[in-house]
Design a protein around this ligand. Structure first.
Ligand code: BJ8
Length: 423
């Protein structure tokens, strides 16, 4: 194996802290992922990606940088990858799914801040995230109160933060606001890279991102089968790697897994036995390496068949329409695509309630687990109307509120088991 230490050193990582993080990650991956039975062979690709997540992939990004390409990091699915690619930059996800340097984080953020925000601060303060350190621009967005106020503080820790304003309602007026923000973002990215977005580059970027989404749509559709040909954990991992990998290679690898899953479905080979209870997870994004809920559910014998989440179908669901030939027309198509994302920061947000029910039907789920991160107002608030809407349709719903720690794992497991029992 290659020694990446010089690269990590060059990036300014804290080597001791970074090694500690990699050890925890490696152990968790072995325990949670490699211990699964009946995995599709194609998951070997993702095992490799994860084993090289701070190695080979970072080396690729560093090579891109050496060749003059810029790296942009983002915390939200509202940041359009199409624009980034069209200006010859690479987009990587920065959301973090593990606690790090919490004492120091709590000197900057209130204790009652969600784990996702705290984690991204922990990775910055602890200097353990090579994606964050390699980024030439970091994009924050005004979404929930936690994030938008946290970015004010993040701006004191990094010198390349760009904050995008996002609407919180959906009207013609706010659509115009989103368009204006995306135009402004396009200009900022063009200034960063020195490359102007053209109709041609935007069209090809739209195609690349759509192909990546289409591959994930194909994977999701195959999860409708009983027995489920792939575990929820493995499908979640594909959805997480969506944010890091080289887009073309990701698309190809996911499509290859899909070919294999089609054969498995024909042969009735499942990751779980036929008739295993089927669960839809809905709620806050599960950033890598947050595999906690999926692990608890699937070691209790149920299979997760879909994620109504930004690391999942809320994030990937619609393609950008292939309409328009000018940059402005294509920007409109991009705005229309992203404006449909039904994040709980929007008010009101009835589309999300509808989408959850559609997913229950489409994936043949018998119950929904609503995943709320502790202190996440938007999703915890919305979990109550979600539960009510599901109850009206006689769809069982379990609302969980948790964080990244394992202290509540036993208690969660008990609740999940009782829930599965009644399905
Ligand atoms: S589009 S879900 S990625 S904002 S968990 S930080 S909401 S307090 S992540 Fe999100 Fe964009 Fe919306 Fe998606 Fe705040 Fe809640 Fe924390 Fe959250």
């Amino acid at each position: 194996t290659t020694d990446y230490t010089p690269m990590w050193q060059e990036l300014g990582l804290d080597l001791a802290g970074h090694e500690a993080l990699l050890n925890v990650l490696g152990t968790a991956y072995t325990d949670i992922y490699l211990s699964q039975k009946n995995r599709p062979e194609g998951m070997g690709y993702f095992d490799f990606v994860m084993s090289e997540v701070h190695g080979l992939r970072i080396k690729e990004l560093m090579d891109e940088k050496a060749a003059g390409r810029k790296i942009i990091g983002s915390y939200c699915v509202f940041v359009p990858e199409e624009i980034v690619l069209a200006a010859n930059a690479t987009l990587v996800g920065l959301c973090s799914g593990a606690d790090f340097a919490m004492e120091k984080v709590e000197q900057l953020l209130p204790r009652n801040t969600c784990a996702l925000i705290k984690s991204s601060f922990g990775f910055k303060i602890g200097k353990v995230c090579p994606y964050l350190e390699s980024a030439d621009m970091i994009v924050g967005e005004n979404t929930c109160d936690g994030k938008k106020k946290a970015y004010e503080t993040l701006g004191t820790l990094v010198d390349n933060l760009y904050v995008m304003d996002l609407p919180q309602t959906k009207t013609d007026q706010t659509r115009d606001l989103l368009k204006a923000e995306y135009m402004k973002f396009k200009t900022a990215v063009e200034e960063l890279t020195g490359i102007t977005v053209t109709a041609e580059s935007l069209k090809s970027a739209i195609d690349v991102v759509n192909a990546k989404r289409a591959a994930i749509h194909r994977l999701s559709a195959l999860r409708k089968a009983d027995p489920a040909p792939i575990s929820g954990l493995d499908a979640l991992l594909a959805n997480q790697v969506f944010f890091y990998d080289n887009p073309a290679r990701f698309t190809e690898s996911v499509n290859k897994i899909c070919d294999e899953l089609e054969t498995r479905i024909q042969e009735k080979t499942g990751a779980f036995p036929a008739g295993a209870p089927r669960i839809l997870v809905s709620g806050c994004p599960q950033a890598v390496p947050n595999w906690k809920l999926h692990m608890i559910v699937e070691t209790a014998g149920a299979v997760i068949v879909g994620e109504e989440s930004c690391v999942g179908e809320r994030g990937t669901r619609n393609l950008t329409a292939d309409t328009g030939t000018t940059v402005d027309e294509m920007m409109d198509a991009i705005v229309d695509r992203y404006f449909q994302v039904d994040c709980a920061i929007f008010t009101p947000n009835p589309q999300r309630l509808d989408h959850i029910q559609e997913m229950v039907t489409a994936y043949n789920a018998q119950g929904v687990i609503h995943y709320g991160l502790q202190f996440c107002q938007p999703y915890l608030m919305e979990s109550i109307p979600v539960e009510k809407a599901l109850e009206e349709k006689n769809i069982p719903c379990l609302r969980v509120e948790t964080d990244y720690g394992m202290e509540d794992a036993g208690q969660l497991k008990t609740r999940v088991e009782a829930f599965i029992e009644q399905l």
